[in-house]
Design a protein around this ligand. Sequence first.
Ligand code: FES
Length: 84
Amino acid sequence: MRDGASLTLRINGRVVTVPVGTSVAAALALAGDFVSRGDLGGRPRGPLCGMGVCFECRATIDGVPEVLACLTPCRDGQEVVTDA
Ligand code: FES
């Protein structure tokens, strides 16, 4: 990995640039949005454990629903959609 390298993805249609190696969950935080989904009552939920245990970071990534954002590295041109 080259120091200072970055990539660009879209989160809910918004263009976000992050360092290479960033997880999607971290990209949500860097974008200022810690919410990844809503619970059955509509309350906001977001990444909690950061290691694939809590399932609170689920998002639709490149059209695939319920992907764990904390275990998914960002890639250039990625499309992330949250349901919150
Ligand atoms: S943050 Fe807990 S599973 Fe992703």
